[in-house]
Design a protein around this ligand. Structure first.
Ligand code: HEC
Length: 245
């Protein structure tokens, strides 16, 4: 038993390490009941992410049902490659090619929200900034030296970091980021962008555990069942005891 717990902790170590990475994370506002937000998030996801990343454990028709969309709505609005509605959300780019372009495997995103957490994803997608030393010209506040370009830059715009020089404990001069300024404005305002990213993260949280939506509904039925059972049981109790008092 003890051994099991220890191996479980070891398995969880990377998740715990992510969780306590020491960087400041902004809070995402996750609401899986908000179907409109999930739909907007799905749209952003298929438009901006599925060209490189797969979500191979998610099927289009399952997603449609969960998000309150018909198969036709899904086919017309959310499917751009030549997939069929019952297929998983794979990616057109072969893995070997992706490796050539990016120097690493592009991870599948189906359960990334469970591995990284919603707040991390929210901060990550808002955290790209200009850095000429990087191959894509950008770096990220929560994922240092990230290998992904800022694919949402047309929406967010590009921001330039403001540095200050300070002396570290070894007496060396070092630079740190104190803030950002807009270098290229995006098509969205900051508030609009934050909201869009929140929708996208909301969708990724749903995708990581689609059964969560079902569990909420089952929970409501169980409560209703218990309430009805209580009423019936109470009525029966009254009936049985009425002559005894
Ligand atoms: C142009 C290709 C490309 C597109 C488009 C793209 N990504 Fe990425 N993404 C990458 C690559 C490459 C990595 C691996 C980066 C690394 O490990 O340094 C990555 C990494 C990530 C990670 C980190 C995964 C992890 O746990 O290490 C997340 C999260 C992510 N992408 C989300 C997204 C989202 C959300 C979108 C859509 C808005 C998106 N990506 C669009 C190429 C892309």
């Amino acid at each position: 038993m003890k051994k099991n717990i220890i191996s479980l902790l070891i398995l969880m170590a990377p998740a715990l390490a992510f969780a306590s990475g020491g960087v400041h994370l902004e809070k995402a506002d996750i609401n899986l009941h908000n179907k409109a937000s999930l739909q907007r998030g799905a749209r952003l996801f298929v438009n901006y992410c599925l060209s490189c990343h797969s979500a191979a454990y998610m099927r289009y028709n399952r997603m449609g049902q969960d998000l309150g969309l018909t198969d036709i709505q899904v086919t017309d609005n959310l499917m751009f490659a030549s997939e069929k509605i019952g297929q998983p959300m794979t990616v057109a780019m072969p893995a070997s090619q992706a490796k050539n372009w990016f120097g690493k495997k592009v991870p599948d995103l189906t359960v990334v929200a469970r591995a990284r957490g919603a707040d991390w994803l929210y901060s990550y997608l808002r955290g790209f900034y200009l850095d000429e030393s990087r191959p894509w010209g950008v770096n990220n506040t929560v994922f240092k030296d990230v290998g992904m370009p800022h694919v949402l830059w047309d929406l967010q715009g590009l921001k330039k970091p403001l540095y200050e020089t300070y002396t570290d404990h070894d007496g060396n001069e070092a630079k740190r980021i104190t803030g950002f300024e807009v270098a290229v404005p995006g098509t969205m305002t900051e508030a609009e962008y934050d909201k869009a990213v929140n929708d996208l993260v909301n969708f990724m949280v749903y995708m990581g555990e689609p059964a969560k939506l079902e569990r909420y509904t089952i929970g409501i039925w169980v409560m209703l069942y218990l309430i009805i059972l209580f009423v019936v049981a109470y009525a029966m109790k009254k009936e049985f005891w009425k002559d005894i008092h």
